[in-house]
Design a protein around this ligand. Sequence first.
Ligand code: COA
Length: 286
Amino acid sequence: MLWSLVSSLIKHSSVSHTIVTPQYVLSPRIIGKCSDQLLCRRQQNNWKQSKQIRHQLNNQLGNSNQSGNMANIDNIRISVIQPEDRQRVLDFLRIHYYCEEPLTVGREPKQQDPADEEFNLSNINHGTCLMAINTETESIVGAVLAGPKGPDEAEHLFEEAAAEGQSKWGIILKFLAGVERDANVFQRYGVQKALHAHVLGVDGEMRGKNIGGRLMSELMRLGKKLGYEILTADCTSYYSARLCERLGWECINAAYYADYVDDVNKKPVFVVQPPHDCCRTFAQRL
Ligand code: COA
């Protein structure tokens, strides 16, 4: 229902749906391409257009998830997400994360799989998820959902993906399993216990104010306190990758969407619009 509302708003907006040029084999390109710095005018335009869409969406939803756009960024509190926050975190992510996250919107149907939501929210139980709250309105303006992983993570993800089959979540899991295998974090850093950030979303009206950076920095502190050796993130978005670069995290892998093609028809599995072109994996020792 939410997605049909978004689709109709997108249809009536001027956001273009560019198809990326297909290329052929899956070959993760490591490190060299990790520091592309290209912020073209088109991205800025897309951002403005998607801001308009979110604004309309919020209005049509009866302002149910408005953050108070005038919030002073000093009036932001970061706190650990508790099990009782689950529904409001989900409501927030449906508006400010899933509608834009490149893997989700890069594949039809554009709506997220319920299993995807279920998996991401299950991380709340680990006490390793954070939200940014506007202290004037007590509404959520950002969230990062993270959870533990061990050296068998890639194997585990491939098994989960096989069990899910051709569902949208199964297809995303298979891609992420390959990314996990290629990033090879545990051998690369000689660690046993990692914290992995699965989701990072900031209120569309509050972007570019370092709320994402504050959430990630706070997650580093929390992870360290809880005894994790390293924090990792698969940045499927150009913007989250810039954010991790700015934090000084190490980029250890890049999996290009145009290279990740279907075995049968050789077309890209995810059709993602620029400026997003790959999933970059970042790591930071704690
Ligand atoms: N369009 C254009 N620029 C954007 C942007 C957007 N949608 N979102 C962030 N930026 C820019 C900021 O201006 C900033 O640029 P700078 O490095 O030149 O200063 C940079 O990206 C990082 O901004 P920052 O303030 O640190 O992050 P943020 O709080 O704006 O949040 C995301 C970044 C990725 C969390 C946010 O864009 C988001 O929620 N996106 C939708 C969900 C998503 O794709 N999540 C990431 C999946 S891994």
